[in-house]
Design a protein around this ligand. Sequence first.
Ligand SMILES: NC(=O)c1ccc[n+]([C@@H]2O[C@H](COP(=O)([O-])OP(=O)(O)OC[C@H]3O[C@@H](n4cnc5c(N)ncnc54)[C@H](O)[C@@H]3O)[C@@H](O)[C@H]2O)c1
Length: 327
Amino acid sequence: MRVLVTGGAGFIGSHYVRELVGGAYPAFADAEVVVLDKLTYAGNEENLAPVADSPRYRFVQGDICDAAAVEDVMAGTDVVVHFAAESHVDRSISGAADFVLTNVLGTQTLLQGALNAGVGKFVHVSTDEVYGSIEDGSWPESHPLEPNSPYSASKASSDLLARAFHRTHGLPVCITRCSNNYGPYQFPEKVLPLFVTTLMDGGKVPLYGDGLNVRDWLHVADHCRGIQLVAESGRAGEVYNIGGGTELTNRELTGLLLDAMGADWSSVEMVADRKGHDRRYSVDITKISTELGYAPRVDFAEGLASTVRWYRENRPWWEKLKARANG
Ligand SMILES: NC(=O)c1ccc[n+]([C@@H]2O[C@H](COP(=O)([O-])OP(=O)(O)OC[C@H]3O[C@@H](n4cnc5c(N)ncnc54)[C@H](O)[C@@H]3O)[C@@H](O)[C@H]2O)c1
């Protein structure tokens, strides 16, 4: 069996590849794993160093918008797990073009390549942000798509294309929509590693608006386990929400990170709210739980402590990326 992982040099994709090649998913234990990644500012081959010497692993640098490169790499593929995306909301506010190119055109190029190659399963990794913002309760997968940022609009567009390739052509596509991921190897522009690394250097962390926006936190290991369940047993044409079960306001998360880093609120700077900032995200995970037996396993306090420890122990990893992002 051959598995093609797009965006495998990023935060979540690299976790999935390390687990997959490392044998954490028994049903795919013998799979040959090919990573297709453009290595944008967010991609980092170092994230794959732990599996680089495996004979079951191959890295291909390439763009998912490049139909010829996609055709090459897709030949002989049984399963596609598609992570590649422009993923940072703030960047989509300052400029949306790359988001439309990679997330929309890139996904369409992959779907067409998968169709041409007769791929047996295509897992499209999406986000809960496509549903918009919800005051109370949680979204089931049937909720209409009401994205509010250019990032989430581009992801919603890619979800619709994935659905269309299933409905029109019968491509066996599954879509996953997860909440906010955290864990090691996350690019230090996202809130959790940004705050931890800034506090480590004695800096001030920026808290948007009133700090009361609510997010559900999902450990990357739980997310990837959910994706794997969908890759193995998800029904074609279906959408599966994946959540972590820990809802926090940004203010609460900041308090926990200050405690973990031995800092106090004098290290926090309140800044103007993000434009169009969604108030709350919350996914209903009944479907993946009842159909595929998914449940988050990582306790949030333990997951947070081990993540903070990882950033403490891996300064050379994030220092380089921060310098790259700022330069
Ligand atoms: N991080 C989260 O909390 C979160 C939450 C919900 C959904 N998601 C989704 O999960 C997926 C992975 O997110 P992440 O946080 O790991 O992202 P990331 O930004 O860390 O990694 C993205 C990867 O995609 C690669 N890439 C970007 N454009 C490409 C292109 N045109 N061709 C080939 N490769 C390209 C990058 O080089 C990088 O390795 C994304 O689809 C994202 O929308 C992430």
